[in-house]
Design a binder for this molecule. Structure first.
Ligand code: PLP
Length: 406
């Protein structure tokens, strides 16, 4: 008798549609010879961006020394560079011992949650979220509790609503700033209120700041850790976005706050890091160059820069559309438009994304993939050239017109 493998039950609660069903369908269409415009992943390399040359040179020069495993928390030069980066950001106590280098922020998110959660523990997450946060919470036996960030409020959360979600099982409060998928950049006063909530309820703050420095139109980045002071706070950053080297799989996390309040959290993260041995070593060699070298992202986000001009094209296209409303992204690599007016009637984000793929050859991500109940948003990345994005919005408009006249 043959039996089938039964997989982990909680996987059925997990979604990661950025690389899911629609992306699979796109591959099928490409195999049939269709040419598609794929705006579903924040993958700079796929849009012609390269890691800055001084990062490439640092990796190439050190490749011959890259054979051994490093310490589980990362090689000293990389950890020193990350610690210095956070000291410059205002975290006076940042030291190499408190830095964990990982195979991307993705791995460190999993480690940080796995080291913290017992079954049934709750994690406060933004909705929409970057869905890895929900997935890692669920797969580490935690329970996501979502706080809403809506376009009406500039995608900023309401601290009182967050606090109302706190129970005796709540362990962590996650902040994604600048935000994926909404592009919101959180002001200092808001972050201070979140720190206050964490302090009063004994929560660990988790600040996913992988898009730090990707900011538009004068928006400022306020890191969370300097405001958190003694409150335990894990800050995440990496090479993938700001430094356009996502394939190198290098991220970092800084554990800040009062070590007494931190208890054995540091040890737990260290142990989990040891079990996976170490992060990709050639990539680690780029960290010092990335954090100690010249700014290479600012010009891309300033007028005339590639990201700035694409963002402008997206904002203009949405403003010109009777069917779209966009709270302009202030940071990160995405726009999250809402479908409005007659187009919102009977609109289903998944059905629309599929129709757009099949009939217009454009791949986007439906908004509900980011763990929100409403089905009237979609996400596109700001990485392509502005001209390509203008063409994409012509096709989106056509598809929305068809939906309206149905
Ligand atoms: N966090 C956010 C908000 C992201 O958007 C991403 C990737 O898109 C990650 C974390 C994971 O980044 P990586 O694992 O490449 O460092």
């Amino acid at each position: 008798m043959t039996s089938t493998i039964s997989t982990r039950a909680r996987l059925r609660e997990v979604r990661y549609e950025i690389r899911g069903e629609l992306a699979r369908r796109a591959r099928e269409l490409e195999a049939q010879g269709r040419e598609l415009i794929k705006l579903h992943i924040g993958n700079p390399g796929a849009f012609g961006f390269r890691a800055p040359e001084h990062l490439q040179a640092a990796v190439a020069a050190r490749l011959p020394e890259s054979d051994p495993y490093t310490h589980q928390q990362g090689m000293p030069a990389a950890r020193d560079a990350v610690a210095a980066h956070y000291r410059r950001r205002g975290v006076a106590g940042a030291s190499a011992e408190k830095v964990f280098v990982g195979n991307g922020v993705s791995e460190l998110i999993d480690i940080a949650l796995r080291a913290l959660l017992n079954p049934g523990d709750e994690v406060l997450l933004p909705a929409p979220d970057y869905p890895l946060w929900s997935a890692a919470t669920i797969l580490n036996d935690g329970v996501p509790r979502y706080y809403a960030c809506t376009a009406d409020d500039g995608f900023l959360p309401d601290p009182a609503a967050i606090e109302a979600l706190v129970t005796e099982r709540t362990r962590a409060l996650v902040v994604i700033n600048p935000n994926n998928p909404t592009g919101a950049s959180y002001p200092r006063a808001l972050l201070e209120r979140l720190v206050d909530i964490a302090a009063r309820h004994g929560l660990v703050l988790m600040a996913d700041e992988i898009y730090e420095d990707i900011l538009y139109d004068g928006a400022a980045f306020q890191p969370l850790a300097p405001l958190a002071g003694e409150v335990p706070c894990v800050s995440f950053g990496g090479l993938s976005k700001v430094h356009r080297a996502c394939g190198w799989r290098v991220g970092w996390a800084l554990l800040s706050g009062d070590p007494v309040r931190g208890g054995d959290y540091h040890h737990a993260m260290d142990l989990l890091g040891a079990l996976r041995l170490c992060a990709n070593v050639p990539g680690q060699h780029a960290v010092e160059a990335a954090l100690g070298g010249p700014d290479t992202i600012g010009a891309l986000c300033a007028p005339g820069g590639r990201l700035y001009e694409t963002r402008r094209a997206v904002v203009e296209a949405c403003a010109a559309s009777p069917w779209l409303r966009l709270h302009a992204p202030q940071g990160a690599l995405y726009a999250f438009p809402q479908v409005v007016g007659a187009a919102a009637e009977g609109f289903d984000d998944h059905a629309f994304a599929l129709e757009l793929l099949e009939n217009e050859g454009v791949l986007i991500v439906p908004g509900s993939s980011f763990n929100i109940a409403r089905r009237d948003h979609f996400r596109i990345t700001l990485l392509p050239e502005a001209e390509l994005v203008r063409e994409v919005f012509r096709r989106i408009e056509r598809a929305l017109d068809r939906h309206v006249s149905r």
